[in-house]
Design a protein around this ligand. Sequence first.
Ligand code: 13P
Ligand code: SF4
Length: 322
Amino acid sequence: MQNIEIEQSIENSIKEALKQNNATLVAHYYVSSDLQALAEESGGIVSDSLEMARFGQNSDADTIIVAGVKFMGETAKILSPEKRVLVLDTEANCSLDLSCPIDEFSKFCDQKPDHVVVVYANTSAEVKARADWVVTSGSALKVVQKLHDEGKKVLWAPDKHLGHYVQSMTGVEMLMWDGACIVHEEFKAEGLKRLMEIHPEAGVLVHPESPKEVIALADIVGSTTQLINAAASRPENTFIVATDNGIFHKMKEVAPHKKFIEAPTMGEGADCESCAHCGWMAMNNLEKCLDTLNTGNNEILINNQIIDKAKNSIQRLLDFTK
Ligand code: 13P
Ligand code: SF4
């Protein structure tokens, strides 16, 4: 069989297995194009981390298959504890999650009992359970501003770049954890400036997990969904994009006549011109999806006490962003 026929046959088997298991496939914009397309064709969703969780919660399916990374599977389980949640690879993690182990983080919080603890969605279930609020890149600004307006002090974790961006936009001083996304941290302002000189007509779209010098050059700073919407609605026909290149699949779909260029990660220590693809997201593929459905392996299991506490902090965000 040709590769394309093999792929087609795996996709058909996945669709069948999804029906048999009353399961839905929920994928992030950074996973491969075939998984994104399959999620949509089979009645699931491709979205940012917040909408992935919301979709799972509102779905009638008994099983949620998460094509993304561990914290996305955990968030889905926290919001739908009665459902079976399976991930395609239990090793698919996130540098932000890994940078913030619960014991150290708990000590950090204990030292500042007068601060409201706000954590990014890219964290473990235990860290979410220790937090007062969970936020995403699309909601962080509004939540921090609201807490500040209420006279609260904010402790922020784990992404320092997103934290500094929120601080610069709101003027709110935040006590900050020192974590970063290894993909976005690689974008280089100098290289981006050079690319902007070559394409002066291009709009510049930047995810706020990027360094502040890169954010400073952006026309739009936003979550994956906000960047995709900007690609579709803004007048420019060319965009330079500083986020994981998995997002190009959706951008090309919503704006097929526009041109998308990867922002450079080239610079000292880098060995490719743009390395902007998350190795953990790349661990998701069609074969693993079928295998997970057939075997029921890779189930996300979280203790009930953690689920109850973490759910409060996520639900606060879902209610606030409704
Ligand atoms: P979004 O919430 O903007 O999709 O970003 C989450 C993320 O960084 C996934 O890696
Ligand atoms: Fe984590 Fe960055 Fe990968 Fe997203 S792209 S999962 S933030 S390491």
